[in-house]
Design a protein around this ligand. Sequence first.
Ligand SMILES: [Zn+2]
Length: 405
Amino acid sequence: MAAKNWETDKEIQYFRDYLRIPTVHPNPDYEPCVEFLKRQAEDLDIPIKVYHPLDKENPVVVLTWEGTEKEWPSILLNSHMDVVPVFPESWTHPPFGAAIDEEGRIFARGSQDMKCVGVQYLAAIRALKARGLRFRRTIHMSFVPDEELGGRKGMMPFVRSEEFKCLNIGFSLDEGIASPTSEFPVFYAERTSKGVIFKVSGPAGHGLLLMPNTAGEKLSYITNKMMEFRASQERRLKDNPELQIGDVTTINLTIVSGGVQSNVVPPLLTAVFEARLSLDLKVSDFKAYLANLCEEAGGGIEFEFHSNRRKEHIAPTATDESNPFWVAFKSATDELGLKTKLQVFPGGTDSRYIREVGIPALGFSPINNTPVLLHDHDEFLHAETYLRGVEIYEKVIEKLANVDN
Ligand SMILES: [Zn+2]
């Protein structure tokens, strides 16, 4: 590719400016982000509002481009402002420098996850407005804090607020993941995270005896069964090339604790398994399976979930004719000749809070032919990929915002 003067491209400059704001955990300061977005709103000549659904330190910023049909449900374009920590010594460029190399790669934390998407929305609106276009549905662009820590200070309280209800959202777009191939993944659902803590009790005594029903034997039974379950999911994934990691249940033993001394049989051992349940495994069935396991292992075992809030999976977003926003999204990507693949998101994004309140949501990042570097060292995005993504959003937004009511 001939070296282009990306540095002078206005949209690339905005992108790099945004990347240079270090909204990094554990103590992100969002104020410079809010200031950046205020300048963007001014440039776009659209209103901006700053909400604080939890506290002063965690603003939710919403820029709004009003449609001609003010009463129709609106389109939400969501992104998070926060990024995960960095190990600067492992980076070849400063992680908040947004350096651009000769090839056109822009290096920064957040270049893929997901400051790119946030400013691409803005760039797309800028281009659409410059073309003199206006759409039927109102478009809201939200910039939220705290996604990387689970959204408890951001999207979670925001979706429950009166302010959110007033936005009258009918459909939402949020982040996806970069794709190393030409294909673009589109996420319509998420697995349910259920960390399991087993507290395994048994008789205490001298380590030279052979007492029955010790905590160690019970824990061994449980661990074996959980690993058999894990192996069955590994096989499913291996035997069916159509399946992705988000389509199966994943289980990992992550914490084991207990005991005081080698010759003392402990009365209590604790084990924690990280479990992400696929959509075809009901949460209630998994719970029943675990309860049965505790009985089989010999009793005297308690288990609980890390987070007990969600009793069942959140309903996936429909990806058929019943969802006119899906039809519009698909027609945009088809017209652009993009290869898309529907997938279940393997982790969690803010889309789960949006789907939970009954709003259809898709996860999509217009990043293909790019190594997946979210949360990794040397996260980068090519300037051309960024600019192509803006064009993709122009088409997608145009279609979504003109969906019939
Ligand atoms: Zn993200």
